[in-house]
Design a binder for this molecule. Structure first.
Ligand code: HEC
Length: 112
């Protein structure tokens, strides 16, 4: 491999990285606005539940969130509120809102 080939290779790898970065941030933007309209009443923008009967999902695993939302949508997992909420979500919506909640950073503290 000559130097020219190496430069082209590095440049295209960098372009790919930059494009991936943009895709990630646009997902978050779309995710944020979906969460604002569809989820925040119960789960909060920060993923901390607004009432004691709703689970906290801040910083939850992306895969887990997607699997649960798909399960509510298909009827495999049932709940009066989440079954209704999930019905209108597209695959893209599920990924975007999951990205939002999975991206929230949290820290934990063990009890004494
Ligand atoms: C009306 C209140 C309400 C709204 C709105 C709502 N949720 Fe929920 N959500 C709940 C409740 C209550 C549960 C617990 C359901 C159960 O026991 O299965 C839950 C469960 C979940 C779970 C499973 C959590 C776990 O630990 O297994 C996920 C993921 C979730 N919601 C995501 C969302 C997302 C994303 C939205 C917006 C698209 C949303 N919810 C909108 C009330 C709500």
């Amino acid at each position: 491999m000559n130097l020219y080939m190496l430069c082209v290779g590095v440049a295209s790898a960098l372009t790919t990285l930059i494009l991936m970065e943009e895709a990630w941030s646009s997902d978050l933007t779309v995710g944020r606005s979906k969460v604002e309209t569809l989820c925040q009443t119960c789960h909060g923008m920060d993923g901390i539940a607004t009432t004691t009967t709703v689970p906290n999902i801040a910083g939850q695993q992306m895969d887990y969130l997607v699997i649960q939302l798909e399960a509510y949508r298909s009827g495999k997992r049932e709940h009066p509120q989440m079954t209704i909420v999930s019905q209108n979500l597209t695959d893209e919506d599920i990924e975007n809102v999951s990205h939002w909640y999975a991206s929230i950073k949290f820290s934990v503290e063990m009890p004494e």
